[in-house]
Design a protein around this ligand. Structure first.
Ligand SMILES: Nc1ncnc2c1ncn2[C@@H]1O[C@H](COP(=O)(O)OP(=O)(O)OP(=O)(O)O)[C@@H](O)[C@H]1O
Ligand SMILES: [Mg+2]
Length: 368
């Protein structure tokens, strides 16, 4: 059964701009859901509507069986962590954590107990009497988390809570958030435009684009089966290589070429038998999407021959930039490999991992 239900939610701002078009989403109790999408796609607007900070233009929001669409924020029993005003600088850590409880007219004894408990979970007991200015960025963020935890809300909303931390701290606070979620089981909606963060944290990811939902699924479901070209372009570091191609069959093998290209270059995608039902796509234009890690190379001339343009060593893996059908493709290889720019290599694409998308609707074409 769903715990939070967004039904046909729409938001048109007073200036006439529609930031959220038609959102339908069911969230289960205890789930950690991440809203992921590029800047301006409507993530904060959606979160603010759930919080009651922004009026809903159309649609309904039901939390735990109660229609909260028109309720003021304080009657919704939610906690929020936002990027910009994470903690109040003029209050000590203990006062920060206690503040929302005071607003809820919680008794003094109970407040003390809850502050202590939340501080213990977040490992900040030693700093209860300090001011936020006397803490590191990561410690401050833990105070914000403790403050949200202490109210024991029905729903925890977080809008890019890690974005003002440096890269290393981001990853450690992220792990901490995941541990907290595992121990408290609080239903959480977390907003980010960082797909690595989303993949690491989410039970389910909601990919948003221009005010609508592109896809909802677990990290694995979305990464391995992007429903739309948008999602394929968005997920992965580096993201999938994408090119508009015409498909043809050559001696029992599937080939892709760029239509109207000056040179009749093509790449071999593998045996026809590896693409059951491909016949209906032959001689048609489609988008071809291949993840950088689904290409292997041979350091010799052969099928799909190309030249290495750039080598980007990353320690645990190496990224090669090569020219494929006139475009730059990225290849991700495990380990620190011995290859130089300018070298000739041949490529092999894993046929089982190739994704095709409609040239008109940009939607995934499922074969067979
Ligand atoms: N008060 C407002 N009036 C008019 N348009 C607004 C208002 N607030 C936001 N918008 C617009 O609505 C769209 C969605 O904004 P929103 O803040 O929800 O995006 P976001 O996905 O959170 O982006 P970011 O990742 O940059 O935080 C944007 O195009 C934004 O310019
Ligand atoms: Mg935002």
């Amino acid at each position: 059964m769903s715990y939070l239900e967004l039904s046909s939610i729409k938001k048109t701002y007073p200036n006439g701009f529609t930031a959220v078009k038609n959102i339908n989403l069911d969230i289960k109790k205890g789930e950690f859901v991440v809203l992921l999408g590029p800047s301006g796609c409507g993530k904060t607007t959606t979160l603010r509507m759930i919080a009651g900070l922004e009026e809903v233009s159309e649609g309904t929001i039901v939390l735990d069986g109660e229609d909260i669409t028109g309720l003021p924020p304080r009657q919704r029993n939610l906690s929020m962590i936002f990027q910009s005003y994470a903690v109040w600088p003029h209050m000590t850590v203990a006062e920060n954590i206690a503040y929302p409880l005071k607003l809820r007219r919680t008794g003094k004894r109970e407040i003390e107990a809850k502050v202590r408990e939340a501080a213990q979970v977040c490992n900040i007991v030693d700093y209860l009497n300090r001011y936020p200015g006397q803490l590191s960025g990561g410690q401050r963020q833990r105070v914000a988390v403790a403050r949200a935890l202490a109210v024991n809300a029905k729903l925890s909303l977080m809008d890019e809570p890690l974005s003002n931390l440096d890269a290393k701290l981001r990853v450690s606070v992220r792990t901490f958030l995941k541990e907290i979620h595992r121990s408290t089981g609080a239903t959480t909606i977390f907003v980010t435009h960082d797909q690595a963060e989303a993949m690491a944290l989410a039970d389910r990811i909601v990919v948003m684009n221009e005010g609508h939902i592109e896809q909802v699924g677990t990290t694995k479901e979305i990464y391995n089966g992007c429903d739309s070209l948008f999602t394929a372009q968005f997920m992965g570091t580096p993201p999938a290589n994408i090119q508009k191609v015409g498909l043809s069959l050559r001696q029992g093998r599937l080939a892709a070429a760029v239509k109207d290209a000056a040179e009749t270059q093509f790449i071999d995608l593998g045996q026809q038998g590896r693409f059951p039902g491909i016949e209906r796509l032959v001689e048609q234009e489609v988008f071809l999407a291949v993840r950088p890690e689904n290409i292997t190379i041979e350091a010799a001339a052969g099928v799909n021959e190309t030249r290495v343009e750039v080598v980007e060593p990353q320690g645990a893996y190496t990224i090669l930039v090569v020219k494929v059908l006139g475009a730059e493709w990225k290849i991700m290889l495990e380990g620190d490999i011995d290859i130089r720019a300018g070298q000739k290599i041949s490529l092999r694409i894993d046929p089982g991992k190739i994704m095709f998308y409609g040239a008109q609707d940009n939607k995934r074409i499922r074969l067979s």
